[in-house]
Design a protein around this ligand. Structure first.
Ligand code: ZN
Length: 524
C-alpha cells in the first residue's frame, strides 16, 4: 500500500515516460507514476492524499554548486551587504552592525559589489576605519575572492606596507604605496590565519538555516563546494545523527589560503543524505571582480586575472586525488584557467571508479575547449543565474571578444556536455532555481540588457539542468533527479507549469510545497 499519493497534477518527470498526472510514494521512494485513476487505485485507507489541483510537480531541484555554510552565515551572524548600492551605505551598515556586537568580536560582512555603487569603487581602509575603528572588520566581496578590511584587521594579521603577497594573490596598494585594505585571492589567507574560526555549534546553526532556506525554494539536493576539515566533521556528525534535512554533496578543499601544506585526503562517505567523494580546487579568480585568468586584458585595465596554482602543483594534487578514487571539481572561469584544468584532466587518464571530473563555473570556454571537455567526459557546472545578477559586471569588465561566450550553455549542450545548473550562492543574492532557469532562457540581466543572447537554452533544458543535471554530476542519477519508480520522492510542487508560462515570468512561479523522501519539508 502507498504512503502518499499526489494526484490531479501535471508531473514533469524528467524521465522518458509519457506525461503523468499522479505519483505514488512508498517508504520514501517513488512507487508509481501514472494517471490519477491508476495511482489512486493503489491507495489504501492510511494513504495520505495531496490534491495538486492542476499544479505542476517536478523533481526537487539540485543546486549543484553552492556554499551552504556561507549562505547560512549570512542568515545567522554575518552582515549581509548584497543589497548595498553605495560605499556610504556600506559605511552606515558597518557602523550600525559594529555598535551591536560584543566587545572583541570580529565584524564579518559579505556581498558588496562596487559595480553597483554610486561611487564606482569598493570600500577602502579609510571608509572602514571611519565606520568601525575598534574591532577587526573583514568584508568579503560578492565573488568571495576579495576582502576589504580595516586597519585593525591588517594589524591583527601583521600586514604592513612591505608585506609581500603570497603566490596567487595580491595585497593592493595605491599610487603612494599605501595599503588600500583590499586583499585578492590567496592574500585573503593572511587574514584567515588569524580570524577566529566558527565553532561546531556555529556551523550547525549555519547549515540548518541554509538548508531550511533552500527547501523553501524547492531545493532538495545541494552542495557545499569547498569545506575545511572542521566543517567536514560537523557534516559527518550531523549525518550520523540524522540531522540533515536535505541531501548534501560536501566537497573538501585540498589547499586552503594561508596554509602552506596541502590538506590530506579525508575519508570518503556516501550515505542517502551526505556524499563526500569530490575534492574542490580553485584554478583562478572570479569574473565579476576581474580576477578570473584571461588570455586578453579586462576592459579599462591592463589586468588579466590570476592563476591560483602552479600547474605542476595542481597536477600532482589532482593525480593523487584521482588515483585515490576521488571525483575532482575545479573552479575555472577564464580561458587560461580552463586550459590549465583541461591539460590536467587529460593527463589523468581513466578514473579508477569511472567517475567524471567537473569544471565549476566554466565561464568563458571557446569552441575548442568545449570539444575537448566533451572528449574527456568533463561535467560542466555553470551558473546562468549570474547572467541575471552580475550582468553589469560582465558588461563593465569583459572585452568585446569574450562577452559573446559568457556562460555559453547553448554551446555546452550542443558540444554534448552534461550540464549541472546551480547558483554559487551566496555569490548571488537570489538563489531561486526558477530565476536561474529564467536567465538561462532569456539571457537578460536584472537591468534588462542581453548577455550573449545566442547562448539561450529552452525551459525544458534548464529544468533538466537543475534536476537530472545535478544528479548526474554527483553520481546520484540512479536515485535522484527524476520522478521514476525506485528514486527518492524528493519533489517540489510549483504553482504553475514552467514549460508553458512566459519565460520572463518564471521567477513569479511559487514553490508551494517541497517533499523530502515523501515527507513534507516545506509548505507555503
Ligand atoms: Zn563557488
Amino acid at each position: 500500500m502507498l504512503d502518499l499519493v499526489l494526484y490531479n497534477g501535471n508531473v514533469l518527470t524528467q524521465a522518458n515516460t509519457s506525461v503523468a498526472d499522479a505519483v505514488g510514494v512508498r517508504d520514501g521512494r517513488v512507487a508509481r507514476v501514472g494517471s490519477t485513476s491508476d495511482v489512486l487505485q493503489c491507495a489504501g485507507p492510511a494513504t495520505r492524499r495531496i490534491d495538486l489541483a492542476g499544479r505542476t510537480l517536478v523533481p526537487g531541484f539540485h543546486d549543484a554548486h553552492a556554499h551552504i555554510w556561507k549562505i547560512g552565515h549570512l542568515l545567522t551572524t554575518m552582515l549581509d551587504l548584497r543589497s548595498t548600492r553605495s560605499v556610504r551605505d556600506v559605511r552606515d551598515r558597518v557602523r550600525a552592525f559594529g555598535a551591536a556586537l560584543p566587545n572583541g568580536s570580529w565584524l564579518l560582512g559579505r556581498g558588496y559589489n562596487e559595480a553597483l555603487f554610486e561611487e564606482g569603487r569598493p570600500p577602502t581602509l579609510a571608509d572602514l576605519d571611519a565606520a568601525c575603528p575598534d574591532r577587526p572588520v573583514v568584508l568579503t566581496r560578492t565573488c568571495g575572492h576579495i576582502y576589504a578590511v580595516n586597519s585593525f584587521a591588517l594589524q591583527r594579521a601583521g600586514i604592513g606596507p612591505d608585506t609581500p603577497a603570497p603566490v596567487g594573490g595580491s595585497v593592493e596598494r595605491d599610487e603612494q604605496g599605501q595599503l588600500t585594505g583590499l586583499l585578492h585571492e590567496t592574500a585573503m589567507g593572511l587574514i584567515n590565519k588569524v580570524m577566529p574560526p566558527p565553532t561546531s555549534a556555529d556551523y550547525e546553526a549555519m547549515i540548518a538555516a541554509a538548508l531550511r532556506h533552500q527547501l523553501s525554494l524547492g531545493i532538495t539536493s545541494s552542495a557545499d563546494c569547498g569545506v575545511s576539515p572542521a566543517l567536514l566533521d560537523v557534516y559527518r556528525d550531523l549525518d550520523a545523527r540524522d540531522g540533515l534535512p536535505s541531501r548534501v554533496n560536501v566537497m573538501p578543499f585540498r589547499r586552503v589560503d594561508g596554509v602552506r601544506d596541502p590538506l590530506p585526503l579525508p575519508e570518503q562517505r556516501v550515505s542517502p543524505m551526505l556524499r563526500v567523494d569530490t575534492v574542490k580546487f580553485l584554478a583562478d579568480g572570479g569574473l565579476s571582480g576581474a580576477t578570473a585568468a584571461l588570455s586578453v586584458p579586462y576592459r579599462h585595465t591592463d589586468q588579466q586575472g590570476v592563476l591560483r596554482f602552479d600547474e605542476a602543483e595542481l597536477r600532482s594534487l589532482c593525480r593523487e586525488s584521482h588515483d585515490a578514487g576521488w571525483r575532482i571539481a575545479i573552479h575555472a572561469i577564464g580561458d587560461v584557467a580552463i586550459d590549465q584544468v583541461l591539460n590536467i584532466y587529460e593527463s589523468l587518464g581513466r578514473h579508477p571508479k569511472g567517475y567524471r571530473h567537473r569544471i565549476e563555473h566554466f565561464g568563458l570556454p571557446d569552441a575548442a575547449q568545449l570539444a575537448r571537455a566533451f572528449r574527456l567526459g568533463v561535467i560542466a557546472a555553470p551558473q546562468t543565474i549570474f547572467i541575471h545578477s552580475l550582468g553589469r559586471n560582465f558588461r563593465n569588465y569583459l572585452p568585446d571578444s569574450l562577452l559573446p561566450r559568457t556562460y555559453p550553455v547553448r554551446a555546452m549542450l550542443d558540444a554534448g556536455l552534461s550540464v549541472a545548473l546551480s547558483s554559487d550562492a551566496p555569490v548571488v543574492e537570489d538563489d531561486n532555481p526558477l530565476v536561474g532557469m529564467m536567465a538561462a532562457v532569456t539571457r537578460l540581466d536584472n537591468e534588462g540588457f542581453p548577455i550573449a543572447p545566442e547562448q539561450a537554452i529552452t525551459v525544458k533544458e534548464a529544468l533538466y539542468g537543475y534536476t537530472m543535471g545535478g544528479a548526474i554530476a554527483t553520481g546520484d542519477d540512479a536515485t535522484r533527479g527524476s520522478i521514476e519508480p525506485g528514486k527518492w520522492a524528493d519533489l517540489a510542487v510549483l504553482s504553475a507549469n514552467p514549460l508553458t508560462c512566459a519565460p520572463q515570468t518564471l521567477r513569479d512561479l511559487r514553490v508551494d510545497m517541497t517533499l523530502m523522501a515523501g515527507r513534507v519539508a516545506f509548505e507555503r
